[in-house]
Design a protein around this ligand. Structure first.
Ligand SMILES: Cc1cc2nc3c(=O)[nH]c(=O)nc-3n(C[C@H](O)[C@H](O)[C@H](O)COP(=O)(O)OP(=O)(O)OC[C@H]3O[C@@H](n4cnc5c(N)ncnc54)[C@H](O)[C@@H]3O)c2cc1C
Length: 417
């Protein structure tokens, strides 16, 4: 039995259903829970949320007799320093799919230490399902079928106590501003209980209703791993529609694993021909396009660091299919602002909408006016985020350019139906 194992946390900031932590507690006499704030990663809008997640994780570990060791710098160098300090002979960590995570894994493998990777970031490990031909599933429906047919791993037990060697814990930095949502495992467990009890049953019916806001808003917690996606899928099993959404997350993870250039290169090449229009880009970013449903979505993003999925689809289609601007412009803006932004989901979805990704109908265009009339029929979502339009009658709200006279205070449209 090794004396000491380091559990390196990353996008798995929880103690429940954490296979790496669970196994380390079985395999070693002592465990060092470690998080390294990487000097390369700019946390941007997510810094405050991350800090709250780390603080919460530290509290949970302290309740179990351990602590969260926090260091700043290069993840490999800092982890190896802690290994030297504590005599740890192995690192246990949750396996991630981004090119960055895989480079880190390769670097660890060149060190004189054992590295073991565990599931936990997705429901089904991203390399578990393979189609009859090819390296990964390119189309969602067959993936969903295969994914639904296999037995998932059992939920890992939460350790009751964790023995830890003497190490200086290190400070968690203080946040410059509070996140729009409180971070951490305790918070998500509270939200999850309420959501499952009161909202899950309305999900299938209501998840596209923009004003109704019936989705779970769990994405930032899934992004940081405050909740296990597997536990969530098991507990939400009564709603196939909801579990299907979680499967999209797994789907993009296996796409990102097979196509590490997902954030940069077209997954399905040949579309190209993007226009250059700095003014249109800025108008889109600022929610000042004059197209109400697009502006409402973009302003929700600016106000809350989050956006409803239907709005994400509309604003992304507007940028790439209507204005013909490069999907990378939009994806980078989302990456900068979203609390839930991660590489597989953000870039996978952007490429899907732009027609360069996994959509089997890459030429489909979401007409923003038709979408608005369908998913925000009474204009409540638009009025919530675009106060200039608060008193505009619903008849002209979705197409203010058709109003008998210009709407005072609202920007003129850069596109019209
Ligand atoms: C252009 C674009 C960019 C996106 N960028 C991201 C991103 O950076 N991070 C992210 O987590 N999601 C992204 N999504 C997917 C989706 O919009 C969000 O996951 C969802 O809005 C989060 O809200 P929720 O937790 O209330 O979702 P719910 O409807 O409650 O769904 C539950 C969970 O299922 C997963 N999920 C739902 N839809 C999708 C989807 N289309 N793809 C992958 N997973 C999904 C999410 O983890 C979500 O939290 C993007 C979608 C589009 C169209």
């Amino acid at each position: 039995m090794p004396d000491t194992i380091i559990v390196l946390f990353n996008r798995d900031l929880r103690i429940t259903d954490h296979p790496a932590l669970h196994q380390a507690c079985q395999d070693a006499r002592q465990v060092v829970p470690l998080f390294v704030i990487d000097s390369v990663i700019r946390p941007r809008a997510r810094a405050g949320f991350l800090i709250e997640c780390l603080t919460d994780l530290r509290e949970s570990l302290r309740e179990r007799g351990a602590d969260l060791v926090v260091r700043r710098g290069d993840v490999v160098a800092e982890t190896m320093r802690i290994a030297a300090e504590t005599g740890a002979t192995a690192i246990y960590t949750s396996r991630d799919v981004s090119a960055f995570a895989r480079r880190r894994e390769e670097r660890f493998r060149r060190e004189r230490i054992e590295l073991r990777t565990f599931p936990g970031i997705t429901i089904v490990p991203p390399d578990q399902l393979k189609p009859a031909t090819g390296t990964h599933y390119k189309v969602f429906t067959p993936y969903f079928r295969a994914w639904s047919d296999i037995q998932w791993r059992p939920i890992a037990e939460t350790p009751a106590t964790i023995a830890m060697p003497e190490v200086k814990a290190g400070d968690i930095p203080t946040a410059r501003r509070r996140p729009h949502l409180p971070g951490g495992e305790r918070e998500v467990r509270r939200r999850l209980d309420l959501w499952l009890r009161h909202c899950l049953r309305d999900y299938a019916e209501g998840h596209d209703d923009l004003a109704g806001d019936h989705t779970s808003r769990l994405s930032p917690y899934l992004r940081f791993g405050c909740v296990s996606p597997l536990e969530l899928a098991v507990r939400a099993g009564a709603s196939e529609e909801f579990v299907r959404q979680l499967c999209w997350r797994d789907f993009y993870a296996q796409v990102a694993l097979a196509f590490p250039n997902l954030p940069r290169d077209d997954y399905r090449p040949g579309r190209g021909g993007w226009h250059q229009d700095k003014e249109a880009e800025d108008a889109w970013r600022e929610g000042m396009t004059g197209v109400p449903i697009v502006d409402a979505g973009m302003r929700q993003l600016l106000a809350e660091n989050w956006m409803h999925n239907r709005a994400r689809m509309i604003v992304a289609s507007f940028l790439t299919k209507t204005l013909r601007l490069d999907w990378r412009v939009g994806a980078e803006h989302f990456e900068e602002l979203l609390l839930d932004a991660d590489i597989p989901n953000n870039y996978g979805n952007w490429q899907w909408v732009a027609g360069t990704g996994n959509d089997t109908r890459p030429n489909r265009v979401l007409n923003p006016v038709r979408q608005a009339k369908r998913f925000d029929k009474d204009g409540e979502y638009i009025r919530r985020y675009v106060p200039e339009l608060e008193h505009v009658p619903t008849a002209t709200l979705h197409e203010p350019w058709r109003a008998p006279s210009p709407i005072l205070g609202y920007t003129s449209p850069i596109w019209r139906s």
